[in-house]
Design a protein around this ligand. Structure first.
Ligand code: SF4
Ligand code: SF4
Length: 281
């Protein structure tokens, strides 16, 4: 079973929710797919057991064979290969490695080379469960291949929590795709609600069932609650703004592991999102 945890914007508390859930049971696997800024490992402190270097392919053009016909440029919707007057320009970082340009090249001028884009780090957490996280190299534009590899690596795991990239980008879609359920983390502020609406639309489009978890529930106003009621969205749980939570967070600790009544909030959340299956609590 795959549960995605996502939010309309960064800093809303999705890692707080993901790590608190994964700390509840050693059979839960966490993957941090926010590959531009992974931070779940700060809280789960894995002992690294393996690193996997990630590569993607990009096209190389043999100028001897190229006739500058322009077909590769016409096909590439990412503008990663552009036939110019005397040569074909390749923008490696924009290439999505779809293989299309090689297929349409009439002279066989295109071959592929590999380049490193980041890595996947695997390990055992302080809660004795397994985690993986991805790290995209600085300057790379797309972490989608790393996100897909993270998900493939953990396909056979019993229950996987996916800490997703924020927003409703292609990377978020890649992280959330195929999930059985999604938890949308939000804060009850006007910005929080408006960002959350984009994510709600995305999940509805993708036909993934979801509910909302409210962080810092006693700050802000009632707009998030009114919106959820009007849209028939279930509120799965909430935690208030609490300086004890902030203190544990600043020390890189999973606060719910230290404060029993918050642990209960996440036990209830896990029960709700797994439908009480497999005895998770
Ligand atoms: S492999 Fe695909 S994305 Fe990359 S340059 Fe060729 S057509 Fe464009
Ligand atoms: S499709 Fe092939 S021959 Fe045509 S411009 Fe591109 S690389 Fe050159």
């Amino acid at each position: 079973m795959k549960i995605a945890v996502l939010s309309g914007k960064g800093g809303t508390g999705k890692t707080t929710v993901s790590t608190s859930l994964s700390a509840l049971n050693k059979n839960i696997t966490l993957i941090d797919s926010d590959v531009e800024e992974p931070n779940a490992s700060i809280f789960l402190k894995p002992i690294v057991t393996e690193e996997e270097i990630m590569f993607v392919e990009y096209p190389m053009v043999d100028s001897e064979k190229c006739t500058l016909c322009g077909k590769c440029g016409e096909l590439c919707k990412f503008n990663a290969i552009i036939p110019a007057k005397n040569t074909v320009l390749v923008f490696k970082e924009s290439c999505h490695a779809c293989g299309g340009c090689e297929l349409v090249c009439p002279t066989g001028a295109i071959t592929y080379e590999k380049r490193e884009i980041g890595k996947i780090i695997k390990g055992k957490t302080i809660f004795d469960n397994y985690m993986e996280y991805g790290l995209l190299n600085v300057g790379e534009l797309s972490g989608i291949n790393i996100i897909k590899a993270l998900k493939n690596n953990t396909n056979d795991r019993e229950l996987v929590i996916i800490d997703s990239p924020p927003g409703a980008s292609c990377a978020t879609v890649a992280a959330v795709e195929d999930s059985d359920f999604a938890i949308v983390v939000t804060e009850p502020t006007p910005f929080g609600v408006s960002d959350m609406k984009m994510v709600v639309e995305m999940l509805r489009e993708m036909k993934i069932p979801f509910g909302v978890f409210v962080n810092k529930a006693d700050l802000g106003d009632m707009e998030v609650y009114d919106y959820c009621r009007e849209e028939n969205i279930e509120i799965l749980g909430e935690i208030p703004f609490d300086k004890d939570i902030a203190t544990y967070y600043s020390k890189g600790e999973v606060f719910s592991n230290f404060i029993p009544h918050y642990k209960e909030v996440f036990e209830n959340l896990l029960q709700l999102v797994t439908g009480g299956k497999n005895g998770y609590k």
